[in-house]
Structures are given as C-alpha cells and as structure tokens.
Design a protein around this ligand. Structure first.
Ligand SMILES: Cc1ncc(COP(=O)(O)O)c(C=O)c1O
Length: 379
C-alpha cells in the first residue's frame, strides 16, 4: 500500500518511553507526571462511573462541563464565551488540533508553523493536503522571528500555528508577540491555531498570554487546552477548543466523525471538580515552578548549561560541554548507559540546527528528579 505519510515514523515520545522501559531508565522523556491526580477528582470519576454515566455524551461535550469552561475562560482571560456555540470538548488536545487542521486546510493551502514544533501538527497538515511552511525559532531563546514569518506569507497561507507556553523549548509568548501576529494576518484570510495546553505553567511572576485575551486575534483563533495537563491525568485524553461560533461549526463537523464525543463519566467528573475546586489550576504555576527550581538547582553542579524554562514542565539542557554526539545518539546513550531518558530537540524540526540540546520533563516527584540529577551530574 502506498503510504499517505511516507515520511512519518513512530512518534519520538513512544520511541523514548519504550527505550526507557526496556533499559529500566528514569523516564524524563515523555511529558506525564509520576504522581497522581487529585483524590477528590478520582472520587468524582468513580462516582459517575458507578452512577452509570457510561453512554455517549453529547458530541460537543456535556453542558455542565462547557459551562464550567466558559466560567474559567472568563475569569482567567476576561473573555466571555458562549458555552453552546464556542466551546467544544474533544478527546485530548491532539484531537482538537487535528480537527482544526482538517476543518481549515484545503488542498495546497500553506500553514506556517515554528520549529521546534510539536510533532502532531505537520502530519495533520499533510493529511489535509496542505503544506507546512516551517520557520525556525531563534536560538537559544526560542522566540518567533516575526520578520521571517511576514516574509513567508503568501496568497495560499491559510493558518498559522502558535504554541505557548512552548513544548519543547519552555519559552512563552508575550503580548507584543500577539500584537505582531494580529498585524500579520490583518485584512487577510488567515486563521490562527493556538496550542495553549500548558496555560497554567508560566513562571517567575509572568502570566499566560492567551489569544483569548486579544480582541482582534480571538475573532480569528482556535484556542486549544488540555485537561490532561491541568489535572495530572494525561491518560484521560480530555481537552477543549474555544473558537468563535462560525469557526466552531466547522471544527464540530470534523470532530463528530473523528471521535463523535469524549468519555462521558470523565466529563461529568471534571465538571464537578472545576465547580468544587476552582483553586486547583491557580496553584499550578507555583507547584510547577517549585519543581523547575529544584531540578535546575540539582543540575547546578552538572556540566549541562541551561536557562531556566519560562513555562511548561520541560527543561532544555545544552550538553555541548559533555559530548559531540548528535542529540539522537546522546539520548540513546543517556537512556542505555546513564539510566535517564530524554527527548532530542531535532525530533521537532524539519531541518535541525547544529545545536546540542535535549529536553527533560520535570513533572515528577522530587525523589525522581533527585535520582535523575544524581546520574546526570556524573556526566
Ligand atoms: C504542545 C502540545 N500540544 C498538544 C499536546 C497533546 O495533548 P493531549 O494529551 O491532551 O492530547 C501535547 C502533549 O504533550 C503538547 O505538548
């Protein structure tokens, strides 16, 4: 059979997590916590499971959950959204991203994205028959080069994908970046897909600048968020997309035939938890900043060099003082010989720059971070 994605292999996250397991290495590769989600949330899940919430939920998500999402979005971003027409619940952010791209991108359309880029974007564009125009971010601060983005715009540009806080780089966009983006697409038929799954992981007193806070961008954007990240429950695959009603209509056309709906009892549980424990997400920046600080402190005596991440639960480390290997060789060596798994940054590039940088995930218990750092400091 002729492949529709001839250049796509198995995602690096699966490859590295498997290698970590095979070699019994501490897994700081794929982004998932090794601590559990809140007990009160698990209680609500079992409650609704036993309460027989086990049949199809409405395709766009249960009203109780969309209502809570609308309340949260208004509180956080001063943005009023209509839960019936502007909020769509999906089976993970991965599904929302896929649905948006299929809904918007026509054959031969161009989509601008910035490398390093989360690895689900480009294959989704290819499946839609579009072309990814990949612009490298600046190194080592991982900012968007807006001049280059402006030069890349053509008559065929249909969508620009941004991601802040940024996986894998850990950088965050500022208000000025949103202004630049708005200026770029003004009076053009171009939409924005804003991947904001790490919205609650912004550090050092900064805050997350959502496209929903920007009046002009909000009208042209799909903003994607993930409950998996926010509630330490990546395996539940529950997320949502906020977009103006006409855009949501198109998104929902695709969503209904990709998954139709997301798991019902989990939707009820999260709706309850959002209502009863709204403080949970407000505590996340401090919770994760403490982990970032601890991880960086532990690596203070290592030969890695780094700037502390401004957001996400990832920390990039430069290993050029340790090895000349490529980043893929280096993470293989780390996993097999050192006993710590990480992700090579080149996996997120069309054409990787000549850097020696790998990504570590710090959403782990302190003891895990300590054990990993001890090994890394021996290098
Ligand atoms: C930038 C980014 N977008 C989207 C996703 C996917 O989120 P979900 O697990 O909700 O599908 C991830 C998960 O790691 C991510 O890092």
């Amino acid at each position: 059979m002729q492949s529709k994605l001839p250049n796509v292999g198995t995602t690096i996250f699966t490859v590295m997590s498997k290698m970590a397991q095979d070699h019994n290495a501490i897994d700081l590769s794929q982004g998932f916590p090794d601590f559990d989600c809140p007990a009160a949330l698990r209680d609500r899940v079992t409650h609704h499971l036993n309460d027989r919430r086990n049949q199809y939920a409405p395709a766009i998500g249960i009203p109780e959950l969309r209502e809570q999402i609308a309340i949260k979005v208004e509180q956080l971003y001063a943005c009023r959204v209509d839960p019936d027409h502007e909020v769509t619940v999906t089976a993970g952010a991965t599904e929302a991203l896929f649905d948006v791209i299929q809904a918007v991108v026509h054959r031969d359309d161009e989509v601008i994205l910035f490398d390093p880029a989360y690895d689900s974007y480009a294959p989704a564009i290819e499946l839609a028959g579009g072309r990814a125009v990949r612009i490298p971010m600046t190194v080592p601060d991982y900012q968007i080069p807006w001049e280059r983005a402006a030069e890349a715009i053509t008559e065929r540009t249909r969508l620009i994908i941004i991601n802040s806080p940024h996986n894998p780089a850990g950088s965050v966009l500022q208000r000025e970046d949103l202004d630049r983006l708005a200026g770029l697409i003004r009076d053009r038929n171009i939409l924005v897909l804003s991947d904001e799954v790490y919205e609650h992981m912004v550090f050092d007193g900064d805050r997350h600048h959502s496209v929903l806070t920007h009046e002009e961008l909000r009208e042209k954007s799909f903003a994607v968020f993930s409950f998996g990240k926010t509630y330490h429950a990546t395996g539940w695959k529950l997320a949502y997309c906020v977009a103006p009603a006409p855009l949501s209509v198109e998104l929902r056309k695709v969503h209904q035939f990709v998954t139709f709906t997301a798991t019902s009892f989990i939707q009820y549980a999260i709706a309850d938890f959002m209502r009863d424990c709204p403080e949970h997400h407000l505590e996340l920046p401090a919770f994760y900043q403490q982990k970032r600080d601890r991880f960086c402190e532990l690596l203070g005596d290592s030969r890695f060099t780094f700037t502390a991440s401004a957001g996400t639960y990832f920390q990039c480390l430069d290993y050029s003082a340790i090895s000349d290997q490529s980043d893929v060789e280096f993470v293989q060596h780390l996993t097999r010989e050192v006993g710590v798994a990480a992700i090579p940054l080149s996996a997120f590039y069309a054409e990787a720059p000549d850097t020696r940088i790998v990504r570590f995930c710090f959403c782990k218990d302190e003891s895990t971070l300590e054990r990993a750092a001890e090994k890394l400091c021996r290098l």
